[in-house]
Design a protein around this ligand. Structure first.
Ligand code: GAR
Length: 206
């Protein structure tokens, strides 16, 4: 069967990458196949997870490429030479330029740890999102998977899942609950949905 080749971009621990690896193993992700993992941080634990799962893993850092433009050019070469059809940002902590996002229009998705449009955009990433949610005092938060365009966290929403804030939550406790109850579920689900759509579009053209 034909499948969409998926690249996953990471920067850190890679628990969302792990959720994608597990979904591929148990057949929940079947319209796309994980083909390449790229980290912009050479020491990211996510690279270890990729290698352990037998996936091709690359580290491409901005410093090695002389800045953002060189980084994106190297990344595009890596993606295009492998005929990647879908790019999943899974804890990827770098904002991509319009040149990059336009080149892969409707082919990049991102997981964000809040219910967009709350606590999103420039400066809202990782633990900071949960710190901001607790500081505001919201009683419900969650996660969002959305398409990526030139506006940070501004692309069309694909899936969202709500998670309750509990009395006594710290940013770390809330982060973990949002991951367990939302992110690790909706990211593989969205990757499958979008892969199936891209596959369908491809087949209807041939
Ligand atoms: C996840 O919570 C992800 O949603 C968030 O960073 C964490 C990465 O964890 N992403 C962002 O904040 C992007 N704006 P992981 O490396 O264990 O998947």
């Amino acid at each position: 069967m034909n499948r969409i080749k998926i690249a996953v971009l990471v920067s850190g621990g890679g628990t969302n990458l792990q959720a994608l690896i597990d979904a591929q193993k148990n057949g929940k992700l079947h319209s796309g196949e994980l083909a390449l993992i790229v980290s912009n941080k050479p020491d990211a634990y996510a690279l270890e997870r990729a290698k352990r799962a037998g996936l091709e893993a690359l580290a491409i850092s901005r410093a090695d490429c002389g800045g953002q433009e060189g980084f994106e050019t190297s990344l595009m070469e890596a993606l295009d030479s492998r005929r990647i059809g879908l790019i999943v940002l899974a804890g990827f902590m770098s904002i991509l330029s319009a040149r990059f996002t336009k080149h892969y229009e409707n082919r990049i998705i991102n997981i964000h740890p809040s219910l967009i449009p709350s606590f999103c955009g420039k400066g809202f990433y990782g633990l900071r999102v949960h710190e901001a949610a607790l500081a505001y005092g919201v009683k419900v938060t969650g996660a969002t998977v959305h398409y990526v365009n030139e506006i940070p966290d501004g692309g069309k929403i694909i899936l969202q899942k709500a998670v309750y804030v509990q009395p006594g939550d710290t940013p770390e406790i809330l982060q973990r609950r949002v991951m367990e109850q939302a992110e690790w579920l909706i990211l593989p689900e969205a990757a499958e949905l979008v892969s199936a759509k891209l596959l369908n579009d491809k087949e209807s053209k041939t």
